[in-house]
Design a binder for this molecule. Structure first.
Ligand SMILES: C[S@@+](CC[C@H](N)C(=O)[O-])C[C@H]1O[C@@H](n2cnc3c(N)ncnc32)[C@H](O)[C@@H]1O
Length: 276
């Protein structure tokens, strides 16, 4: 049997959709409506959760009927949220088979299978045609990518001329590598942080025009401080990272918070455009 990709091995586990639905019922009651909004605390797997997705959406400004590509779509929370909120069709591509299975199950549960298509595949060889999308986004995926130039070239290819790409990424900080394990990697073997300057240069080399490039580290720090206070009081609500990563999530979140606090990570949100 072929060995799973080490990134997929870090993320994957069985029963994710069931755990997400159980968390929804525990938190909002047995009859909670199965909507992307109600599921959002449990299926947006990145720092600051749905708040970060809302900010990304505000910069991407999707219009009804547009075709969006989600690169590294995880268990599909952001894709369902975009489809329901903006009336767009989202194609999500992700490497981790268990995440794709959970995304498909949650698409069906929320009645969104017609608006969200999930394809198991690599961001480095996107299984989608050229120039097929009006816009694309990728949240907290680039940290797992060693060949960043190839990632940006592949993100460029399926956009139509004038198409926008919104990115959330954690870049390398001046104080050295993160403390492991972190939510995106168990060890340094699958964590690849570029500096903000390298990210900018790679985007330009791939052909993108940069429309905005923001350092959002302080917002992440603030959110992590609030989580740390809740951890200390013992009343941390369960969020996507806890449900998806299980027992390892507490140590991962503490390490992620310390890494950002100590200057070992810089959060960047960028909006770029394919000329044309
Ligand atoms: C931290 S999760 C973020 C998931 C999702 N973007 C979200 O915000 O909810 C990182 C995701 O990137 C995916 N990923 C990492 N490397 C990838 C690659 N080379 N191709 C496709 N997906 C990848 C992982 O499988 C995982 O789902």
């Amino acid at each position: 049997m072929a060995l799973a990709n080490p990134v997929a091995r870090h993320y994957g586990s069985g029963g994710i959709a069931e755990r997400v639905l159980a968390a929804l019922r525990e938190t909002k009651g047995p009859d909670a409506a199965l909507t992307p909004e109600n599921l959002a605390p449990f299926d947006h797997f990145h720092g600051r959760g749905v708040v970060a997705t809302e900010e990304l959406a505000a910069s991407l400004n999707p219009r009804p009927g547009e075709r969006l590509l989600d690169i590294g779509s995880g268990i599909g929370g952001p894709a369902r949220w975009f489809a329901a909120k903006f009336g767009v069709h989202v194609t999500g591509v992700d490497l981790t088979p268990e995440f794709c299975a959970a995304a498909e199950a949650l698409n069906a549960t929320t009645g969104l299978s017609d608006c969200v298509t999930i394809i198991e595949g690599s961001a480095l060889a996107l299984p989608v045609p050229d120039a097929a999308f009006d816009a694309a986004y990728s949240q907290n995926v680039i940290m797992n990518i060693a060949d960043k130039q190839l990632f940006y070239r592949e993100a460029f290819r399926p956009l139509r001329p004038g198409g926008r790409l919104a990115l959330s990424n954690l870049c390398a900080g001046p104080a050295g590598e993160p403390y492991f394990p972190v939510p995106w990697a168990t060890t340094r073997d699958t964590s690849f942080l570029a500096t903000p300057e390298e990210m900018r240069a790679d985007l330009v080399a791939a052909g993108f025009e940069i429309l905005s490039f923001r350092d959002t580290t302080e917002a992440i720090r603030e959110a992590q401080r609030r989580s740390g206070e809740r951890f200390a009081k013992g009343d941390m609500p369960r969020i996507a990272v806890d449900i998806i990563m299980g027992e390892r999530s507490r140590e991962m979140q503490i390490n992620s918070g310390r890494s950002i606090e100590d200057g070992r990570g810089i959060a960047i949100e960028a909006l770029v455009r394919k000329p044309g």
